[in-house]
Design a protein around this ligand. Structure first.
Ligand code: C2E
Ligand code: MG
Ligand code: MG
Length: 720
């Protein structure tokens, strides 16, 4: 049946009709123009080209059609509905419209469509053609823009003008054009080579290629930057613009345009770009640039599996201390010095960056030996060892390094940096001045570490910290003349944790301030109860850590602890390790002097492990020196250690200091110390740390340790 419901002719006529239909169908199916049929607001037929323009398959239109809404870029929908309405009513000449279609993936596509009314199954429909004009639109737009730009450029009084007669191959250069290059009128001829010969060798090929492309009509305009030699021998950066004039056949006959000097702008742009990607202090690439380079290395590795690269993160140990003690200007100098040293450790193609504060990173690229990153890390650590000369002041630092090797399974530069950071954290944990290679188990450790930190924050509030007091025994009388306060942590799940395992973290996190203050106050409070028991009140020694010595509030804390407890200042002693004093000579010295002025005694802890000079010890007027356990532990077996202790003791005496031997574990050691006439001793052989009341009980009973050698007149009477 046809549309009007009449009977369809049979036989030859039908055959002829079908043949015609087949030809038309082939035509439509192969058309490079989109062809469509719309009915009831839907495209019910589309040829392959139409489907392709919209990103569909042709079959998608066969089942029930696709609504116009779905094929139109939303903002243009009202206009398209209006066009279809007019087409349905309009004459057979058809109506043309350009609008934005909507592709299957949602992106817009510029189309031009012609439609005319028709009928399908007796009902009105629109039949039409459709062209994708995206490319045409883009060219039109570019052309308009370039014309505007050219008009603007020509107007600029500063521009030089040029006009090239392509047929005669002669170029006219305006006086201003020549002036821009420091040339007088007669200094340059009108052979184009006179011009192009001055162009920078690196830019020459691109310039001639761009000119050729434009002459051949491949580009809408000529627009490029290049360098050209000025009469004074310097290179100037020019922006060259031009357009060709074409004859009826489209052949370029002339080309004319402008030349703008953009040297300064270029320089400013480059500086801006440089500044945005570099650290001002050290001149090294910053984090942004570093991440970009790591990203590039990753991309490279994805293409070439044998490509090796690694990230080294390094941290300047104790940088904070220097910064806080010697001031930021010195801190800055130190960073610059560190940067220079790291730079010396890598090959020219590698990147050294400053990520933040005292955090540096190195990107090693395309190395061959697998151990190369470790070798570089070793070199960096060694390079850091000599003191930095910061304009007269010598400062010692060291570096910890975390290494992460690039692997194809990592997807983001961030992942690699985080791995290197975890390894760095581990290196610092293990005691600084070393490198650690990342391995996945470390991530778990880092998490545990974080948990540990959280726990420590809560420890004080939950009364999990406690102090034990280890007696310090006179080697002349066997009586406890004092004790050392040692803090420990009763962890709810991990049990007792010794101070060495959490004090460093307390320092790093600043928790040392409240913890240290608590230890001070508690110790003074206990000392007061002992003073009430005995006339010759035993002293209490409290340890101060490195960070505490840099905090001005420590002075007030000590003053308040003494005042609030009501002890005599001399009953309190503060222990400072030798290495701390050396590292923080500046600000620590002021604080130590102020503490001393309060009337408290100062002790040098762990003596013999640092590198203190005699003059220092003298300057600080320490009252007592504690001989490190490492010397004491071997005196029964090593004659050398005996000699060391003998020397230390004579040194102490010469400077008017008393001496305490730490870590006495055997009777033999105690005897040896007695022979050497050491004043007092502390150690497990006498007693471990005791709770406050236990120590009080010991005082109450008037406890005296039985010393290996009978105490007698030969012992030195001056006690610490
Ligand atoms: P230190 O000041 O040198 O303390 C002496 C350490 O030697 C203590 O370790 C003590 O338990 C241990 N010790 C005593 N006698 C012997 C012995 O005969 N043999 C052996 N092998 N060891 C003995 P502890 O309690 O683990 O403290 C370690 C370090 O933690 C202390 O070294 C001190 O520097 C620091 N520390 C302790 N309490 C505090 C505190 O309240 N504040 C600060 N800032 N640091 C503290
Ligand atoms: Mg101590
Ligand atoms: Mg000690």
């Amino acid at each position: 049946m046809d549309e009007e419901g009449r009977a369809v002719p049979e036989g030859a006529v039908a055959h002829a009709l079908r043949a015609t239909e087949d030809r038309f169908r082939a035509l439509v199916e192969q058309s490079i123009v989109g062809i469509f049929l719309i009915q009831d607001g839907k495209v019910v037929y589309a040829n392959p080209k139409f489907a392709e323009i919209f990103g569909y398959r042709q079959e998608d239109f066969a089942q029930g059609g696709i609504p116009l809404e779905q094929l139109t870029y939303e903002p243009d929908l009202p206009a398209v509905r209006e066009v279809v309405r007019r087409e349905l009513e309009g004459d057979r000449q058809g109506i043309q419209a350009t609008y934005r279609g909507r592709r299957k993936d949602g992106t817009p596509v510029d189309v031009e469509s012609h439609g005319a009314p028709t009928e399908l199954s007796g009902r009105p429909a629109v039949i039409g053609t459709l062209l994708d004009i995206t490319e045409r639109r883009r060219t039109e737009h570019a052309l308009r823009e370039s014309e505007e730009r050219y008009a603007l450029a020509a107007r600029g009084a500063n521009d030089g003008l040029w006009d090239w007669d392509l047929a005669a191959n002669r170029v006219y250069l305006s006086p201003r054009w020549k002036g821009m290059l420091g040339l007088a009128e007669g200094d340059i001829g009108n052979d184009p080579e006179d011009w192009l010969g001055r162009v920078h060798p690196d830019d020459h090929a691109r310039l001639t290629a761009d000119i050729a492309a434009h002459v051949e009509g491949k580009t809408a305009q000529l627009d490029l930057e290049h360098r050209i030699r000025h009469a004074d021998g310097t290179w100037r950066t020019m922006l060259l613009r031009g357009v060709a004039v074409r004859d009826a056949a489209g052949k370029a006959t002339r080309m004319a345009g402008s030349q703008t000097d953009i040297t300064e702008r270029k320089r400013a742009e480059e500086k801006l770009l440089h500044d945005a990607l570099h650290d001002g202090l050290t001149g090294l690439p910053n984090r942004a640039l570093f991440m970009d380079r790591v990203g590039q290395a990753m991309a490279f590795q994805a293409r070439r599996s044998d490509y090796r690269f690694a990230v080294l993160m390094l941290d300047v140990d104790r940088f904070k201390t220097v910064n806080e003690s010697l001031g930021h200007a010195m801190g800055d100098r130190l960073l610059a010095s560190v940067a220079k040293r790291v730079w010396r450790c890598v090959r020219p193609g590698d990147t050294v960056a400053r990520l933040s504060g005292d955090e540096f990173a190195v990107l090693l690229e395309d190395y061959t030996a697998a151990e190369e990153p470790r070798r570089v890390a070793d070199r960096i650590i060694a390079e850091m060892a000599p003191p930095h000369d910061l304009g007269g002041t010598e400062v010692f630092t060291s570096a910890s390094v975390g290494i992460a090797v690039g692997k194809p399974e990592l997807s983001k530069p961030d992942d690699l940096l985080r791995d290197a950071d975890v390894a760095l954290y581990r290196a610092k944990d293990l005691g600084r001045s070393r490198y650690v290679l990342y391995n996945p188990s470390m991530r778990t450790r880092a998490r545990e570490q974080l948990q540990f930190e959280t726990d420590l924050r809560r420890a004080l509030g939950r009364n999990e910290l406690r102090i034990v007091f280890q007696p310090i025994v006179s080697l002349a009388t066997g009586a406890a003349t004092g004790c050392e306060a040692l803090v420990e942590w009763q962890h709810p799940t991990r049990g007792r944790i010794p101070p060495a395992e959490f004090i460093p973290m307390a320092e790093e996190t600043g928790l040392i301030v409240p913890i240290g203050n608590w230890v001070l106050r508690e110790s003074c409070k206990q000392a007061k109860t002992w003073a009430e028991m005995r006339k010759d009140a035993p002293t209490v020694s409290v340890n101060l850590s490195a960070r505490q010595l840099l905090l001005p509030e420590v002075l007030d804390q000590v003053r308040a602890a003494i005042a609030d407890s009501g002890i005599a200042p001399a009953q309190l002693r503060l222990e400072v390790t030798e290495s701390i004093i050396m590292e923080n000579a500046g600000p620590a010295s002021l604080l130590l002097t102020q503490l001393k002025a309060l009337g408290v005694h100062l002790l040098i802890d762990d003596f013999g492990t640092g590198y203190s000079s005699l003059s220092y010890l003298h300057n600080f007027r320490f009252d007592t020196l504690k001989i490190d356990r490492s010397f004491v532990s071997r005196i029964d077996t090593s004659q050398k250690n005996v000699e060391i202790i003998r020397t230390i003791l004579s040194l102490a005496r010469a400077l008017g200091m008393a001496a305490v031997a730490e870590g006495v574990e055997t009777e033999g050691q105690a005897a040896q110390l007695q022979i050497l006439k050491c004043d007092s001793a502390q150690g497990f052989w006498f007693s471990r740390g005791l709770e406050g009341p236990q120590f009080a009980a010991l005082l109450a009973e008037g406890k005296k340790w039985k010393l290996p050698l009978a105490s007698g007149a030969e012992m030195t009477p001056d006690q610490p």
